[in-house]
Design a protein around this ligand. Structure first.
Ligand SMILES: NC(=O)c1ccc[n+]([C@@H]2O[C@H](COP(=O)([O-])OP(=O)(O)OC[C@H]3O[C@@H](n4cnc5c(N)ncnc54)[C@H](OP(=O)(O)O)[C@@H]3O)[C@@H](O)[C@H]2O)c1
Length: 265
């Protein structure tokens, strides 16, 4: 039996591509999602990362069947669009519940096993976890949170030989665009309406023209096979990745001015 990996978000997009790629390389893959989709090459598991019991039960089932775990890929996630002023706290909390706490639940449940096997943790972050995305503030917040968490966690688990890698895709062609939810503005004239529509419309068009999810899966596959996995890996078109370097190098005001066009504001 090959090494065992749990991939969340495996019913679609990036998670599915990761499950396919790892299974084709001999990994024993358990692909988790609420739909519980499976494939010829890997086993599906119904798991809602928003719920403590669901993650605990899912990981217990994996341990019972496979005797342990060598890696996790935390890919489950969705997007929330809309002006900050119009986003309810309930929607904002839900966004962090899946994108941040969903990964936290998975990692917390898997760590006792991963520590025994010098395991690997891959967190699917986003370039939106490095650059604030206008009208997707809570999506960005969820991924910025993941970035800080992953960076801190890496120090804690290194003594056990466990690695943590943040994979940061730019625009990827998946169901993510169609699944994005919108904050509901109050009735009446919407002072943000035109700007929000422009920014989110540009994001949707950029995603439709983005790289295929197999590119992210190839990066995840490299990370899981590397002797010394990197802390961070960006995936996507060169012009998107240049934005990250520009933020690091330019005075922030200059960066902000330059970034406006590509962010649609
Ligand atoms: N697409 C992009 O441009 C892009 C860019 C950067 C980062 N990302 C990140 O990549 C990850 C995957 O996104 P994607 O593009 O592959 O989107 P996708 O095609 O919409 O797939 C999302 C996956 O997450 C699962 N999911 C959502 N909520 C869940 C929950 N509560 N519990 C368990 N599974 C859940 C969905 O399965 P079920 O509905 O069956 O539960 C589905 O398998 C996300 O974290 C996203 O933020 C995407």
């Amino acid at each position: 039996m090959g090494r065992v990996v749990v991939v969340t978000g495996a019913s679609a997009g990036i998670g599915r591509a990761c499950a396919d790629r790892l299974a084709s390389d001999g990994w024993t893959v358990v692909g988790a999602s609420r739909r519980g989709t499976s494939s010829g090459g890997w086993q599906g598991l119904v798991m809602d990362v928003d719920r403590d019991e669901s993650v605990a039960e899912g990981l217990a089932a994996v341990a019972a069947q496979h005797g342990g775990l060598d890696a996790v890929v935390a890919g489950a996630g969705w997007g929330l669009a809309g002006a900050v002023e119009h986003t309810s706290l309930a929607d904002a909390r839900h966004q962090l519940e899946t994108n941040f706490f969903g990964a936290v639940r998975l990692v917390a449940g898997a760590l006792p096993d991963l520590r025994q096997r010098s395991g690997r943790i891959v967190l699917i972050s986003s370039l939106g976890g490095l650059l604030g995305l206008p009208f997707q503030a809570f999506y960005s917040a969820s991924k910025f949170a993941l970035e800080g968490y992953g960076e801190a966690l890496a120090y804690e688990v290194a003594p056990f030989g466990v690695s943590v890698t943040l994979v940061e895709p730019g625009n990827v062609r998946t169901d993510f665009t169609a699944s994005r939810r919108d904050a509901v503005p109050p009735a009446g004239p919407d002072p943000y309406g035109a700007a929000a529509a422009r920014a989110v419309g540009k994001m949707a068009a950029d995603e439709a023209a983005g790289v295929p999810p197999g590119d992210v899966a190839a990066a995840v596959h490299r990370v899981l096979g590397a002797a010394r996995p990197p802390r961070r890996v960006t995936v996507g078109k060169r012009e998107e990745r240049v934005g990250v370097a520009a933020k690091r190098l330019l005075p922030f005001r200059l960066f902000e001015r330059a970034a406006r066009g590509s962010l649609g504001v």
